[in-house]
Design a protein around this ligand. Structure first.
Ligand code: FE2
Length: 336
């Protein structure tokens, strides 16, 4: 048993068997991580002291973490204190990481689930952004028109990407599927009042985003939760799902989001069980000796460098290439 505060070993079963032994609990405490830092409320640790600062490591993906925090009217996320959901994925951890960076599979693997979540379903538009150090973001722009209660008040919001007040005050909002218009209006009002119309518009323009922080953190604001992946073996990964609340959002918003998490990311949901089924199939297929290389070339021809990030269409494999390049860079380093 370890002290949860400092990691000291404070107890072992049947300790009296160590009388006159060299065994000393002080020698068997948990090893302290030499580098620990936090950003946007997430705590990151490195078991190597030979790493750059957390801010440098995160680099361009910080902009997306800032948008995540600002999606809360009070600029704070609170973890839902009902515990987390853990499950084992019978596949290598990189398959889970590739999956969260992939917009290509969504309309096909999750066609049924997505149709249940909206009256009409369209193939999404959007983009991927791959950052140095393997991080990535996917922003799905899902067309959805919302009638505004006060067109004048939201005129500035209509300038957001995808929005247009030429449609009589209607606003095109990405990613807030499955929400009633009333719940959305309350959320928009809270955001505008808290952050001002310009920042609120930026936040809403990114409402269809998901964020991946290399190697093992994934955040999905569309269904308010984050996941941490833990490699257990070459073909086994533990995934932990934690739901969060947006402080300052209405209770109706939070209840709807909890329903969305349950409907997507749990064993009784539709989204993640479909993905895990595919992960197992991919892991099995990777045992084939007849195919030596996997093809990750999708969208290579249309990549662009924008503000230090490599971007391409939402369905391109740009972020997967970034993930594997970073993994190869780290695994090729000399071990000291
Ligand atoms: Fe998926």
């Amino acid at each position: 048993m370890y002290n949860s505060g400092d990691g000291r070993l404070v107890g072992v079963p049947f300790a009296d068997a160590y009388v006159d032994s060299a065994f000393d609990k002080a020698d068997f405490g948990l090893r302290a991580a030499p580098r620990v830092g936090s950003y946007a409320g997430f705590v990151f640790a490195s078991l190597s002291s030979d790493v750059e600062s957390l801010e440098d490591h995160l680099g361009g993906v910080r902009r997306y973490l800032d948008l995540l925090i600002d999606s809360s009217p009070d600029r704070q996320l609170n973890v839902v204190d009902k515990g987390s959901l853990k499950y084992m994925v019978p596949a290598n951890w990189k398959i889970q990481a590739e999956n969260v960076l992939d917009g290509y599979h969504g309309p096909y693997t999750h066609e049924t689930a997505l149709k249940m979540d909206a009256e009409s379903w369209n193939i999404p538009d959007g983009y991927v952004a791959s950052f140095p150090h393997g991080h990535g973001a996917v922003n799905l722009i899902l067309p959805e028109t919302v009638e505004l209660p006060d067109a004048e008040k939201f005129r500035a919001l209509a300038q957001m990407p995808g929005g247009s007040d030429e449609r009589g005050g209607a606003l095109n909002i990405s990613g807030l599927r499955g929400m009633s218009d009333q719940i959305k209006r309350e959320y928009f009002v809270a955001l505008v009042e808290s952050h001002g119309p310009e920042r609120a518009a930026e936040v809403l323009g990114a409402a269809g985003m998901t964020i991946y922080v290399f190697p093992n953190l994934y955040i999905q604001p569309l269904n308010q939760h984050y996941r941490v992946f833990r490699p257990i073996a070459a073909d086994q990964t533990e995934a932990e799902i934690v739901a969060y609340r947006l402080c300052g959002a209405s209770e109706a918003w939070e209840q709807t989001m909890l329903m969305k998490v349950n409907g997507w990311a749990t064993a009784l949901g539709f989204g993640q069980p479909e993905d895990v089924e595919v992960f197992a199939s991919i892991q099995e297929a990777l045992q084939a000796r007849s195919v030596e290389w996997l093809d990750f070339s999708r969208g290579l021809h249309r990549e662009r460098l924008v503000d230090g990030a490599v971007t391409a269409s939402f369905d391109d494999e740009t972020c997967m290439r970034g993930l594997h390049e970073e993994w190869l860079r780290l695994m090729s380093k000399e071990v000291v």
